[in-house]
Write a protein of this length. Structure first.
Length: 393
């Protein structure tokens, strides 16, 4: 990674993961970047300014009213020179401040003044991480366009095991590189992405659905937007955080089908990452059913991918299949039957693949017969590989 000529501001907040920020800053400096570090007062309780100054060759900043430097409005000058802003570790406190627009110290003030992309890397106790207020703030930052390199699961400083550990430094570096050297190869494209499960009601309180969270579809939509595309996200009952793109919310498979067809002419590329219900309930009850036994009559829902495949013309169609057996055979049959240009297949029985995970293990097959097995990787990485391969077609 060659970062010569890049100015990166690293914000460091007060948590035990501060020591990992030293590794991050060192790696950035060794890659040729000019690195400026802004520390909160609590961060100084874990790591000294001298450590970061030695690693970067620049003065580490903490006090907004420090007079021991050549005068300039420093929070503005750092914000203006930054090609990228990274906060690692980011405590629940700084995340709440940024989301609510509070600027009361050097770090939060500089964040508010910057126009560069901002990467947030949370790290905290697992109880704090799962707290509803923190999750609302983290979701708020995602919606506002901040890039989140999320915390991971593992043993924490409080001797518990859970989600809250700072992301691995190589993963943070990978996101930094991706943000600094963004592709703009989808600038002339409109990409329609479907994501998440649909639901089919049984009665007034129950429904049929599946385990899809929408994470894969949302990551594809996010990646396409970052690469310049105009993105239409047709979202089922997703639980994953969605990017700030044009979004159409649906519940049933028929609603998803209608939304896809209504917007089909606008799209150059259709990526069917959703998990629509194959069947709907014929004998649905408006009221809650109260019986000792229940027989449901189901009928087939429309096959959205097949319909798009028959109508797409010069448009490109990518479909997904989640299988528990005979992965390649089933995928090859689907790509042929649905007239797709590419299929992304995954065996949901594998650890780290499938529904509700942050990673995936997929096989990508295109209409020319190319088959490529990918190792386990983040869904963000899978999304960009799909977009790369799609351009090759």
């Amino acid at each position: 990674m060659d970062l010569r000529g890049k100015n990166i501001v690293v914000g460091v907040t007060g948590g035990i993961a501060c020591y990992k920020a030293c590794e991050l800053v060192s790696a950035l400096a060794k890659s040729g970047a000019n690195v400026d570090v802004i520390m909160t007062k609590n961060a100084e309780r874990f790591v000294s300014r001298l450590t970061f100054e030695t690693l970067t060759g620049n003065r580490a900043v903490c006090d907004m009213f420090d007079r021991d430097f050549v005068y300039e409005v420093e929070h503005v000058s750092l914000a203006q020179k930054a090609h990228l802003f990274v906060i690692a570790p980011a405590t629940a406190n700084i995340i709440a401040k940024i989301n609510r627009g509070i600027a009361d110290d050097m770090l939060s003030t500089t964040v508010m003044a910057t126009r560069s992309p901002i990467i947030i890397c949370p790290a905290m106790n697992d109880g704090m991480y799962s707290n509803v207020n923190f999750q609302e703030n983290l979701c708020g930052l995602r919606k506002k366009g901040y890039i989140i390199v999320d915390a991971v699961e593992g043993r924490l400083a409080c001797d518990t095991v859970g989600k809250g550990r700072l992301a691995n430094i190589p993963d943070i570096l990978k996101e930094i590189e991706r943000q600094l050297f963004k592709k703009n190869d989808y600038a002339s494209k409109t990409v329609m992405v479907t994501a998440g499960p649909t639901v089919e009601e049984i009665d007034g309180v129950r429904f049929i659905s599946n385990h899809s969270s929408g994470k894969m579809g949302c990551e594809i939509a996010r990646a396409a937007k970052e690469r310049g595309a105009n993105v239409i996200l047709i979202a089922g009952k997703i639980t994953a955080p969605a990017p700030a793109v044009e979004r159409i919310d649906v519940l049933t498979t028929r609603q998803m089908r209608d939304a896809v067809m209504e917007n089909l002419q606008r799209a150059d590329i259709i990526i069917k990452a959703a998990a629509p219900s194959d069947y709907r309930v014929v004998n649905r009850s408006k009221n809650k059913i109260k019986t000792d036994s229940l027989t449901l009559v189901l009928e087939k829902n429309p096959d959205i991918a097949l319909e798009v495949g028959e109508l797409k013309g010069d448009k490109k169609l990518v479909i997904f299949c989640a299988e528990t057996e005979n992965l390649i055979e089933n995928a090859l049959e689907k790509i042929r039957n649905k007239h797709a240009d590419m299929i992304v297949a995954n065996d949901v029985t594998k650890e780290g693949a499938g529904f509700e995970t942050d990673t995936n293990i997929v096989t990508i097959i295109d209409s020319k017969g190319s088959i490529e097995d990918l190792p386990k990787m983040s869904k963000c990485e899978v999304a960009n590989i799909i977009l790369d391969k799609l351009l090759q077609l």
